[in-house]
Design a protein around this ligand. Structure first.
Ligand code: NAD
Ligand code: MG
Length: 407
């Protein structure tokens, strides 16, 4: 007599096919690290990159994806030759449309959105419309996309999972079943390290160099998000991100400085019970949870040792030191589209600062002047095209201000 096994834990499950948008970045490489720990669960299906083609080649040699995507056809030709010489079968695509095609590919189960900036919005929307498990690190896509993004998620039947550590923390403090969220939350507390200049004399902010701004106390991240952490614009974007992810009013979102970055964020419930998620500051924890939700898998992060941890401290943010922070609540209360203008102005200002065209303290000047100059019209958020036009308009206005400041 033959017996068949019916134990679900021993039954072989199909591997999750993962597309990583922005594979060569900080979140992208951490994602590949987690995937590499679970080859029986995940298959690297597609990898995309915008620069650092040598890193992408190495990732292809290791992950052996079915597809890779790069910005230009000439980069694609070079990569194709290298891939062929290595005996791989990876198909190399080029151009922005390839990102959308891969994010929506019928054989893809999960998309890690780890592109930096609004450039990630079109492929995020493609993944949302196609009903993928959409792991969102690319906060700018949601800040720009707002209601359009969330509508695409529900229309497509996608599962949107936060990867930003604060939002993953909030998500982990809430019931797995979203239907049980409403009415539970009094407010949420997003924690922030305060960045590298929490104690710096404000009189010396003008002389901050790009390298100083990118030296984050606890995380090695891409340069754009590092500057955003130094200005606390990162937290402003995260407030807007939280508004959409958890369907909260702006008043229900607060920020608290917590330099040790052990408590990743907190939910204050209706009954004033406070739920927090703790862990060592390592992006592989939220990435692993996004990949395995509602299960848990090994992430590679080290465990907290409470016997050596020492004191955890919390303080109110200093809105004078970080003038950009208040813009989150202001733009959420302004006409729809204002958050897209805020994001575009910030992206342009940070790029100008990193290229040493403007000073660190002028990042805020560029953002504030752009918000004054660019007022979104009533239909600014109705479609992807309208949002991209608004984004482009705000970017060129910010560029003009940056040029005027530089002269
Ligand atoms: P990064 O700069 O290290 O990597 C960005 C990736 O996107 C790279 O692969 C790059 O080639 C690609 N890319 C850049 N511009 C592109 C474009 N125009 N089109 C297509 N691809 C492009 O950035 P990161 O630190 O990994 O951050 C990625 C996203 O995750 C950001 O939105 C950031 O805010 C968010 N995030 C990052 C961290 C972190 O620890 N690094 C934590 C939370 C959230
Ligand atoms: Mg974060």
């Amino acid at each position: 007599m033959t017996t068949t096994t019916t134990d679900p834990t021993t039954r072989q499950r199909p591997r999750q096919r993962v597309c990583i948008l922005g594979a060569t970045g900080s979140v992208g490489t951490s994602t590949l690290d987690v995937l590499g720990r679970h080859p029986e669960r995940f298959e690297v299906f597609a990898l995309t990159a915008y620069s650092r083609m040598d890193d992408l080649l190495k990732q292809c040699l290791q992950g052996r994806p079915r597809f890779a995507a790069v910005p230009t056809e000439s980069q694609a030709r070079t990569l194709r030759e290298q891939i062929k010489a290595a005996g791989l079968r990876t198909e190399v695509l080029s151009g922005a449309q390839a990102l959308c095609d891969l994010a929506a590919h019928p054989e893809v189960d999960s998309v890690m959105a780890a592109i930096v900036g609004a450039a990630g919005l079109p492929p995020c929307l493609a993944a949302a419309h196609s009903g993928k498990r959409l792991m969102l690190a690319n906060k700018e896509a949601l800040v720009v996309g707002g209601a359009l993004f969330m509508n695409a998620v529900s229309a497509g039947g996608a599962t949107l999972l936060p990867i930003d550590s604060e939002h993953s923390a909030i998500f982990q403090c809430l019931p797995e079943d979203r239907a049980r969220w409403p009415g539970r939350i009094d407010h949420i507390l997003l924690t922030s390290s305060g960045g590298p200049f929490r104690r710096r004399d404000p009189a010396t902010m003008a002389s901050i160099t790009p390298d100083e701004a990118c030296a984050h106390p606890n995380f090695a991240m891409g340069r754009k998000i590092s500057v955003d952490s130094a200005t606390m614009m990162n937290k402003a974007l995260e407030v807007i991100e939280a508004r959409w992810l958890f369907d909260l009013t702006p008043e229900q979102i607060r920020v608290v400085i917590h330099p040790q970055q052990i408590v990743h964020s907190m939910v204050v419930c209706r009954d004033n019970s406070v739920l927090a998620q703790l862990g060592t500051p390592d992006m592989r924890v939220p990435i692993a949870y996004g990949l395995s939700f509602p299960e848990r898998i090994e992430s590679g992060a080290s465990q907290l040792d409470f016997t050596t941890l020492g004191a955890l401290s919390f303080e109110a943010p200093d809105f004078a030191r970080y003038p950009g922070l208040a813009l989150a609540w202001q733009t959420l209360q302004a006409p729809m589209g204002s958050t897209a203008v805020l994001n575009a102005a910030n992206e342009a200002a940070v790029a100008a600062f990193l290229e040493r065209r403007i000073r660190f303290d002028q990042i805020h000047t560029v953002i504030a002047r752009t918000l004054d100059a660019v007022l979104p019209g009533g239909d600014a958020c109705d479609s992807l095209d309208a949002l991209l036009a608004l984004d482009a308009h705000a970017r060129s206005s910010a560029e003009q201000t940056a040029k005027a400041l530089a002269t």
